[in-house]
Write a protein that binds this ligand. Structure first.
Ligand code: NAP
Length: 424
């Protein structure tokens, strides 16, 4: 049995084997996990304590109902953020990385990231250390959720955001340091580039391998889930050798590896009068700035998006806002060997321990996790019960203030309301 420094593996439950997970990661086809999988969870900072508690209660009840008590998640608490600092004197202990690597699937609450200084983002470190190269964010409207849009139901988009490189890789040198001076001098001496002496500098790497595996996962998802189209979103008109290359490599994967399934916009114009032939998935590309207006004006024309890290960051929040905000949008960070499911929103520290935050984003992330385990029945139960609860106007403060005649519930009461509606 695997040993850790300061945490103990639960005595009941079984490890999910890598083959199960890899198959379901890549194909999303629902392979089976053991009946009692051990799943590490990171509670998270701020509102994490309340929302994680609520989520685990909902998940446990749904699994119990869906499988008549024959299946059960064995939760294993691992630490990151403030709780880790108290226990280990470090923000992201090796125990936690080791546990997720070993048990493959984990659920995580939000973690606080200091701005401009302090320690490096734990979220970014986790993604990089575990090579969780795709951030997958399905954004879909739940009836009844207040939205600024006239037709939020037109949004049904899954964003695949590259997670390991781009300016997000954290390769930066601070203004005024000897390191940044070296970089500026190097660029001047070798490339005749005159960069202002008082600059800070960041580097934006985008590679063939990391682009291709991300786009490959998006295409596999589109095929498995019978989706209509994949749009590569980039800023290649300006950043030709990074964002532009991302686009070109994306098309390369599509045409070289998936030609039986995929058709390009040029092909449908040239050969099919602009209509997508039956059984084919359209692949096209859009420039990032134009995409922000497209998702507002013609959201129903977009389906799956594959995009570099920074564009994906902005786009996912913009899409989530259309269906009622990031409090409602789930997410997953998926690699070939592990997956962490986590909410889109942050730790909202001002609401910490007040039992008021909306747990929907974390609950829906757990739904993605159940689907990933192949436990679609339990996932379906939660989705329906959550939708029913909101439709009947039982909601947390954030939605209540926007809805007429709604009943404001605490986080824990909202979880109970969902649980009471979990019916087969
Ligand atoms: P935030 O935590 O998402 O909170 C911003 C505002 O969004 C809140 O004040 C609240 O608005 C609303 N909100 C967010 N989550 C909510 C929820 N579950 N229920 C109800 N309302 C919710 O963003 P932030 O203040 O920019 O970031 C706080 C910390 O979280 C930062 O350290 C940031 O780095 C971190 N963060 C972590 C992750 C992650 O772990 N993946 C992601 C994003 C941010 P109102 O006050 O208007 O009600």
């Amino acid at each position: 049995m695997i040993k850790f420094d300061k945490i103990e593996v639960p005595t009941e439950g079984k490890k999910i084997e890598p083959t199960d997970a890899v198959a379901s990661v890549a194909k999303q086809s629902g392979t089976s996990a053991p009946d009692t999988p051990i799943i590490p969870f990171i509670e998270g900072d701020g509102i994490g304590r309340d929302t994680m508690k609520a989520t685990r209660r909902v998940v446990d009840a749904a699994v119990n109902n869906a499988y008549d008590g024959k299946r059960k998640i064995v939760w294993f608490e691992v630490y990151a953020g403030e709780k880790a600092y108290q226990k280990y004197d470090e923000w992201l202990p090796e125990d936690t990385l080791k546990a997720v690597r070993h048990f493959i699937v984990a659920l995580k609450g939000p973690l606080i990231t200091p701005v401009g200084g302090g320690y490096r983002s734990l979220n970014v470190t986790l993604r990089q250390e575990l090579d969780l190269y795709a951030c997958v964010r399905p954004v879909k409207y739940i009836t009844g959720v207040p939205s600024p849009m006239k037709h939020p139901e037109k949004v049904d988009i899954v964003i695949f955001r590259e997670n390991t490189e781009d300016v997000y890789a954290g390769i930066e040198w601070a203004q005024g340091t000897p390191e940044v001076k070296k970089v500026i001098d190097f660029l001047k001496d070798n490339f005749a580039l005159n960069i202002a002496e008082d600059s800070g500098i960041g580097v934006k790497p985008i590679s063939v391998k990391n682009t291709k595996r991300l786009v490959r996962m998006a295409i596999q998802y589109a095929i498995e889930n019978k989706r209509r189209s994949i749009t590569i979103v980039h800023k290649g008109n300006i950043m030709k050798f990074t964002e532009g290359a991302f686009r070109d490599w994306g098309y390369e994967v599509a045409t070289e590896e998936f030609s039986d399934y995929i058709i390009t916009e040029e092909e449908i114009q040239a050969k099919y009068n602009g209509d997508i032939p039956k059984g084919k998935i359209l692949i096209n590309d859009r420039i990032a700035d134009s995409m922000f207006q497209q998702i507002l004006l013609r959201a129903d024309e977009y389906d799956i998006i594959a995009t570099p890290n920074l564009n994906g960051d902005y786009l996912s929040d913009a899409c989530a806002a259309q269906v009622g905000g990031i409090g409602m949008a789930p997410g997953a960070n998926i690699g070939d060997h592990a997956a962490i499911f986590e909410p889109t929103g942050g730790a909202a520290p001002k609401y910490a321990n007040l039992d008021v935050a909306n747990p929907s984003s974390l609950i829906l992330s757990a739904v993605m996790m159940l689907e990933y385990l192949g436990w679609k029945e339990a996932a379906g139960l939660i989705q329906k019960a959550l939708a029913d609860t909101i439709m009947q106007k039982f909601v947390t403060y954030d939605l209540e203030r926007l809805m007429e005649g709604a009943t404001k519930l605490k986080t824990s009461e909202f979880a109970s309301a969902i649980i009471s509606r979990l019916t087969n």
